[in-house]
Design a protein. Sequence first.
Lengths: 176, 254
Amino acid sequence: MPAPSTSTDVVTGAIVFTDLVGFTEFTALSGDDAALELLAVQSRLVDEVLPADARVVKELGDGLLLYFRDPAEAVQAGLDLQRAFEAESESTGLPLWIRVGMHAGTVRERGRDLVGHDVNVAARIVDVAGAGEVLVSDAVRRDAQPRVPTVAFVELGPVVMKGIPDPIRLWRASCP
Amino acid sequence: MAGPPTVTHDHDASLRRAATMGPMTLPTPLPGRLQLRVSTSSGTVTVVADERTDVIVEEGGDVGRSVGGVVEVRPVRSSSSVTVRCPTGTDLVAGTVSGGVKLKGRLGSVSVTSSSGSIRVGAVTEADLRTGSGSVRVAECDQACRVSTTSGTVTVAGTGRADISTVSGSIVVERVNGEISARTVSGEVSLVTEAHGPVKARSVSGGIAVRVPPGVRPAVKVSGRGRLVSDCDAGDDVTIEVTTTSGTVEISAS
């Protein structure tokens, strides 16, 4: 077993979590082969949408942890992902419903992984998102909004999240 | 028309109330529309809107901030249940981790988030309601009603528009005036539309039932492997688009 990396470089940017809604139920109903097919479609769509300086940090079963240097690119990619998943779902009948949550801040790089409070906040944000939604923290919204003028941000208000001391102000991003 | 609502903040009274947990009234004039922000962790949030011009924190909360038209009420302890009375039409943002949220009377635009608490809503102008395992029940929503749960059931008695998603919870919308989108993986979906807007319903295994007014001839499009049962004549009065992997789709006149 390789020794764990001791690298702890500090990086800033947007931390994005995605979650394939109902994957567990779909697998139980449709079987492992169908589940693998769903994940393969997800991988293809993410590869198509991700900009050059973003990366998949790791796969989390049916979800993904993504990193973007630029929060505006993260917002745009989140919405592009929703559009791509919706179109694929319409054409294949597969329940490709994802939810996306993101936060911007400073995190530590541990090997290829990212750790830190801002990662935890982003993980909590995706839990609040419904199927087909992109939810962003106020940190993402403030940074991205001037540079994504076609994106509408609707405030959900300060949201209380388990394990996070203060309520986090969240916004729903959408393309009108 | 009544003037802007007033909020009283008496520091000494606040200190006394902290000891006795009695009600607190806040009398600072607020410009324009009032937005109330109430949060707690495991306690219940109860907000009662009635014909009044002030805001009263009746139980378990303290005013953390009051800026412009925004009044923030925080729990005395994370387990405190918080009860607040406010003017009819007040906008509200409420959040809990595991506590339930009960909204009584008529509120304005409402946003509620909870990890596992149930949400009960009386009458609102519009709503954005989210919970993980808690159930959601809405009596009346004038405009858009957006609800998201993981396993909780969703029941909406009446709304202008609806956008509802769950994973394993069932969805019941007893009356919708406009557009409706409902999505569940394994829960059942039951929708009653007044046929003034398109209906889009998606499930993996749950059955989907849509009822339209008598005489309405819907244009029904079914995708996936679901089986369609309909007792309505086909037409183009309203679009009903249904996708299901294995559920039964039932279209009928109400």
